[in-house]
Design a protein around this ligand. Structure first.
Ligand SMILES: C[S@@+](CC[C@H](N)C(=O)[O-])C[C@H]1O[C@@H](n2cnc3c(N)ncnc32)[C@H](O)[C@@H]1O
Length: 208
């Protein structure tokens, strides 16, 4: 890990991802979390204050970056729910099949290198009646915005910890065996459109 990734990036991501309009969308999905939760790419723990301790037993905080885990210490100390660390990537979730009630994915699918494998792992560990909650930025519907997302991604990726601007979120989630139960797509206020097209909602496992 270089100086930028270790000392600067966690602070930049924390500041960018905790803007008020984004927190408002996070609240809308996290209020649906219940039981045992797996948060994939928990980052600096921005979501932790939003969990309802009457509904959530504990959170598995999966985060491969040591720098992010370090910056999360303060949020964990004040978390309303217990957090158990998993210091592995989403492609290697070390939990049993059908073992968690909720998988939470916020602003992480853009970054996971092998998103197919990671989503299959999330599908594997989610109970049959569990829910995948998501709030992710991704590929915009407007051709002009999409053109810039494709152009900028190669430059953006190394600066933003591997983030892609142009991933089609709904398509990726559905391709891993989930059914979208509810989805809203919005351009977020006060953000450039190439980085501000957000899809949020919830999905269930497709019945076999
Ligand atoms: C933009 S940050 C978002 C953090 C947090 N989810 C949030 O909503 O604020 C992306 C996160 O994905 C994590 N990440 C990167 N590669 C990953 C992988 N293979 N599996 C799981 N998380 C990963 C990064 O370390 C980082 O914490």
């Amino acid at each position: 890990m270089n100086f930028y990734e270790d000392k600067i990036l966690p602070h930049l991501i924390h500041a960018a991802c905790s803007q008020r309009p984004i927190m408002h969308l996070r609240e809308k999905v996290i209020r649906l979390a219940r039981g045992q939760v797996l948060e994939v790419g928990i980052g600096t723990g921005i979501n932790l204050p939003l969990y309802n301790p009457r509904k959530v037993e504990f959170v598995w905080g999966l985060e491969p970056s040591a720098a992010m885990r370090k910056k999360a210490q303060c949020s964990i100390a004040h978390s309303p729910v217990p957090v158990k660390w998993l210091d592995l990537p989403g492609e290697k979730i070390p939990l049993d099949d059908n073992s968690v009630d909720t998988v939470l994915l916020t602003f992480t699918l853009c970054t996971i290198p092998d998103w197919r494998l990671a989503l299959r792992q999330m599908h594997r560990v989610l109970k049959p009646d569990g829910r995948l909650l998501f709030c992710e930025h991704g590929r915009a519907p407007d051709a002009g915005v999409r053109k810039w997302q494709d152009r900028l991604t190669p430059f953006w990726k190394p600066l933003a910890g591997g983030c892609h601007l142009n991933r089609p979120i709904q398509e990726y989630i559905e391709s891993a065996g989930f059914i979208i139960e509810e989805i809203e797509n919005v351009y977020i206020e006060h953000a450039p459109r190439f980085a501000g097209y957000i899809s949020y909602g919830h999905a269930a496992k497709k019945p076999r």
